[in-house]
Write a protein that binds this ligand. Structure first.
Ligand SMILES: Cc1cc2nc3c(=O)[nH]c(=O)nc-3n(C[C@H](O)[C@H](O)[C@H](O)COP(=O)(O)OP(=O)(O)OC[C@H]3O[C@@H](n4cnc5c(N)ncnc54)[C@H](O)[C@@H]3O)c2cc1C
Length: 341
């Protein structure tokens, strides 16, 4: 096997959708699990801070990275098994998420069409239990394979071991930076069970003059909706929703609702309500505001954008100001969804 190249003083600008220019002390790309294990055995990661990178669409770099960045390019899609109702399909962590979705739709496998056009790679999808339009990865997740970096051993995680929550998993908490996810498998349905109740999917299908539901049609509707309201990172740097929708106790919800009757919120389990963070931010007047080289997107208040040349620190500080405004107006704490480095 050829020796894996390790580059030094590597510019990460093309590797993050915010387009922030920061440098990694070391940088390497891996294309298979054995290659990664060889690096572990060679002690490459010993005493180094490490960061695993997929498509860089959910990270904000606030400073140079004083450690080693491992870009995961492990590819491959494989059917592990099937029965009359389901297919178990595994994808390498370095597969592009949206291309994987399109591949599954082409094969007649259902369940992830609502997650079309989410940027990034398959390997990061369990990290924050990606979700959109009423579907989350946990709904179709089967198992993942990951290399435990300190020991070099391969471990398997089923759904319960991943401890999925709203934009959460064990890999964002206790296991942070401990594992490199190499492959993820999904249990997809051969018979459709479409979910079109959420967001504007139904209206979009009507506008598209489509009466027959299919995974392809739903995917196209989702692509249209997303393209019309979310900025394209290639044109305007961003990482999608910067904040999570806050889940609050019913008592706090009642208080806020009393003072702001238009509050947008959804039930989120017993005694809990999920508030629409975009609505809260919108009410504080931040939507569309530009501060220096960055700002809050003019169509989607949840999205912070790099208008060109912004530093990660500028965007981070802006996020803090937005959080403070929401806290002052509503008494609600926002939490950042994006991973800060
Ligand atoms: C325009 C836009 C829209 C978006 N819309 C949505 C949306 O609707 N729903 C949603 O949930 N998200 C959304 N996102 C966020 C983002 O697309 C997802 O979080 C995606 O899964 C990130 O994938 P990535 O490969 O880019 O991860 P990265 O940004 O590279 O990494 C994210 C985190 O995962 C870790 N990581 C990545 N790969 C691995 C691996 N193989 N093993 C271990 N750790 C790993 C990284 O260390 C980092 O902490 C959006 C982003 C953008 C820019």
């Amino acid at each position: 096997m050829e020796k894996t190249a390790i580059q030094e003083d590597y510019n990460l600008k093309p590797n993050n959708t915010f387009g922030i220019e920061v440098f990694a002390k070391k940088y390497t790309e891996i294309t298979d699990e054995d290659e990664f294990k060889t690096l572990i055995n060679e002690g490459v990661f010993l005493n180094e801070e490490r960061l695993i990178l997929g498509g860089g669409s959910n990270v904000l770099f606030t400073k140079n990275f004083d450690g080693i960045v491992i870009k995961n390019n492990i590819k491959g899609i494989e059917v592990l098994g099937e029965n009359d109702d389901h297919v178990f399909v595994q994808a390498g962590a370095g597969e592009t998420w949206h291309e994987f979705v399109l591949h599954c739709i082409d094969q007649g496998w259902h369940g992830i069409e609502n997650l079309s056009l989410i940027p990034g790679n398959v390997g990061a999808s369990p990290m924050q239990n990606i979700g959109a339009y009423g579907v989350e990865i946990k709904d179709v997740f089967h198992e993942l394979e990951a290399v435990h970096i300190p020991s070099g051993d391969t471990h398997y995680f089923d759904k319960s071991a991943c401890e999925f929550g709203y934009r959460e998993s064990v890999f964002k908490k206790d296991m942070k930076n401990q594992y490199l996810i190499t492959a993820v498998s999904f249990k997809l349905a051969k018979k459709p069970n479409f979910s079109v109740e959420y967001g504007a999917i139904k209206q979009e299908l009507e506008q598209m003059n489509i009466s027959e539901l299919s995974a392809k049609n739903i995917s196209n509707a989702v692509i249209n909706i997303r393209s019309s309201k979310l900025p394209d990172p290639k044109k305007l740097g961003n990482a999608g929703s910067f904040f999570k929708n806050p889940v609050v106790d019913a008592t706090l919800y009642e208080e806020v609702k009393k003072a702001h009757e238009n509050l947008v919120a959804y039930p989120a389990g017993v005694g809990k309500m999920k508030l629409a963070a975009g609505w809260l931010i919108d009410q504080t007047g931040w939507k569309g505001k530009v501060v220096g080289n960055c700002g809050v997107h003019n169509l989607q208040a949840l999205v912070l954008v790099n208008h060109g040349g912004a530093t990660g620190k500028e965007i981070y500080d802006l996020s803090g100001e937005v959080m403070q405004s929401v806290k002052e107006k509503f008494g609600v704490d926002l939490e950042r969804e994006v991973n800060i480095y």
